[in-house]
Design a protein around this ligand. Structure first.
Ligand code: KG4
Ligand code: ZN
Length: 354
């Protein structure tokens, strides 16, 4: 697909992202203002704080994205925006900015599902890079983020067959909770990965929730298991319940490795089984947890044994950004889809085929 130049806005959670994407693939500009530092002291996202930060940063981010692209808003073919799932207050900021731009400049408006954006990050190409091969259909896509864990099959663009999802915590949520438990701070995902990389022993065993033959996932038991181990070992070491001090660094590293290994094991096994059952010609991995190097390496290795290519965006395109919304929007734009100026936030928007 050559073609439309799309200005895309993402504000569903805690990153304010605005990008210009050409033809659903080529990143022209991609600016992300992260709220990670803002939410670190509370160890998680406070929705109103997130919404206000979007409001503070969205116009500077827009300004920078257009300056990077060397374009005026009038040069684009459409404005796209995430309208769900996500935090209502956060979504509203992006939606209202997108609606205003579309109205003032008479541009088409495209509503995009955030999860669809994570899948379409697999098509993105950075400025100056040669486009790699596109993901081939049918494909199986695993989206693992702070709020979601879903496994879907796609036989064509915008066609989703739901295979499974988490029945409790999202994978990223489990990383964040266990990270906090281990005293690693927020967000837990990157911190657990760093700690796990330093583990000397690789024998900490955590449970695996296979849930029979289903493609669903469960991670809440892991958090309970981690809490039990940490509490028992703190008690054995004579650390008071309310003490700040935690376990020794090398033990934290071993437990981080054990937790990461358990999550990775289940995610990879179910994705590979789904890919075989679907006769998939490619596997796509997306969402913030897809930035995890152990998960990436394991999935690529096991898929290679089956001869199936795996497409995983670089880490900065796995976490929330506007470019992924621009990639998905191009296909909805090409299909003639247009949102009205009454577009509203849908915090629980399900992933739906066209
Ligand atoms: O997709 P994302 O940026 O936001 C949501 O849509 O939720 O994902 C954020 C999640 C957080 O839970 C964070 O801990 C996790 O992605 N994450 C990671 C890594 N980097 C970010 N999890 C594991 N390993 C990482 N390297
Ligand atoms: Zn996300």
């Amino acid at each position: 697909m050559t073609g439309p130049l799309i200005l895309a806005i993402e504000s569903s959670c805690d990153e304010t992202g605005i990008a210009v994407v050409e033809g659903g693939r080529r990143i022209v500009a991609n600016v992300v203002a992260s709220q990670v530092a803002l939410h670190a002291p509370t160890g998680g996202i406070v929705p109103e704080v997130a919404a206000r930060a979007h409001l503070r940063w969205i116009l500077p981010v827009l300004d920078e994205a257009l300056a990077d692209a060397g374009l005026a808003v009038t040069a684009v073919d459409a404005v796209a925006v995430t309208y769900g799932p996500g935090l209502a207050g956060s979504l509203l900021v992006g939606i209202n900015t997108a609606k205003t731009l579309a109205w003032v400049h008479g541009l088409p408006l495209i509503g995009v599902n955030h999860l669809e954006g994570h899948v379409y990050a697999a098509w993105l190409v950075d400025p100056g890079d040669d486009p790699p091969a596109e993901p081939l259909f049918p494909l199986v896509a695993l989206v693992v983020s702070g709020g979601h864990t879903i496994l879907v099959e796609m036989r064509d663009h915008l066609m989703y067959r739901f295979l499974g999802q988490t029945v409790d915590d999202a994978a990223g949520e489990a990383f964040d909770k266990v990270g906090r438990l281990l005293g690693l701070g927020y967000p837990g995902g990157p911190a657990i990965q760093r700690a796990a990389d330093g583990a000397i022993r690789h024998d900490a065993a955590f449970p695996r929730a296979w849930l029979g033959e289903s493609y669903d996932f469960s991670f809440s038991g892991l958090k309970t298991a981690a809490r039990r181990v940490v509490d028992a070992e703190r008690r054995a070491a004579g650390i008071a319940d309310d003490a700040e001090a935690g376990l020794a660094d090398d033990r934290v590293a071993e437990l981080a490795w054990g937790f990461q290994d358990s999550v990775t094991d289940v995610l990879v096994a179910k994705t590979i089984r789904a890919a075989r059952a679907s006769g998939a010609r490619s596997i796509v991995l997306g969402g913030g947890v897809a930035a995890n190097s152990a998960l990436r390496a394991r999935l690529v290795g096991e898929a290679a044994d089956l001869g199936i290519p795996v497409i995983i965006p670089r880490p900065g395109l796995c976490t929330d950004n506007g470019a992924m919304i621009g990639a998905a929007a191009a296909w909805r734009f090409a299909a003639g889809e247009r949102a009205g100026l009454d577009l509203d936030a849908r915090p629980s928007l399900p992933l739906a085929s066209r």
